[in-house]
Design a binder for this molecule. Structure first.
Ligand SMILES: CC(C)(COP(=O)(O)OP(=O)(O)OC[C@H]1O[C@@H](n2cnc3c(N)ncnc32)[C@H](O)[C@@H]1OP(=O)(O)O)[C@@H](O)C(=O)NCCC(=O)NCCS
Length: 178
């Protein structure tokens, strides 16, 4: 199993206990969680961290903890995962990212995601990687586009974990093939 990836400015690595508090702070930040149903409680954040590590154990890859090489500071996650819900595009591997607010606008998400994609195609031999978000999450959609991912509007879908009348239910899907 691959334990870490390095880019010019980032180390993408397995999770550590020392990530717990900065991850809680990031997930409690309403700016970071604007396009999700709600900020996460400490318990919800801890559960997400546990799921990320469990994903590595189950699949041999997963959402990496992202650390700045210069300072060793934990800044969020970037990586591949298998969505835990059913949808028309499944089975699939998704690429996702979430960074602490003060690290936006520097190209770090795109830099890390490019390395994660190269790992997915080069080492895991994936045929395709998808990514999805709500239509209003333009920052995340721009990352998808910078990676060369494309959207076919006929792939848009309703997230099954949200109730039918929920304003965040509709999602756009982007794909890239190897
Ligand atoms: C989605 C998210 C990771 C995007 O972060 P980001 O910093 O905007 O994305 P990038 O790493 O691609 O950076 C691009 C920005 O950095 C700027 N930039 C600065 N230096 C750069 C460099 N060396 N290389 C590339 N871009 C650079 C770009 O101009 C761009 O800024 P702009 O959009 O204001 O023009 C971040 O907004 C986030 O964590 N959001 C909350 C969680 C979330 O919604 N996740 C996705 C759910 S699907």
């Amino acid at each position: 199993m691959l334990e870490s990836l390095r880019t010019e400015r980032l180390v993408l690595r397995r999770w550590r206990e020392s990530d717990r508090l900065p991850f809680r702070a990031m997930n409690a930040d309403a700016r970071v969680m604007e396009h999700f149903p709600a900020p996460l409680s400490p318990a919800e954040s801890d559960a997400l961290m546990a799921r990320a590590e469990a994903h590595f154990a189950q699949h041999g890859f997963g959402p990496f903890a992202a650390e700045l090489r210069e300072t060793s500071e934990f800044i969020g996650f970037i990586g591949l995962s298998v969505p835990a819900f059913d949808a028309p595009f499944m089975p699939a591997v998704e690429i996702g990212w979430r960074l602490a607010f003060e690290h936006w606008g520097k190209g770090l998400a795109s830099e890390g995601a490019r390395a994660a994609l190269a790992f997915g195609f080069g080492e895991l031999n994936l045929e395709e990687v998808v990514s999805f978000t709500v239509p209003a999450n333009l920052r995340s959609r721009r990352v998808m586009e910078r990676l060369g991912m494309t959207r076919d509007p006929t792939d848009d879908f309703d997230h099954p974990n949200l109730p039918p009348d929920h304003p965040l239910r509709r999602h756009v899907l982007y794909r890239i093939s190897r």
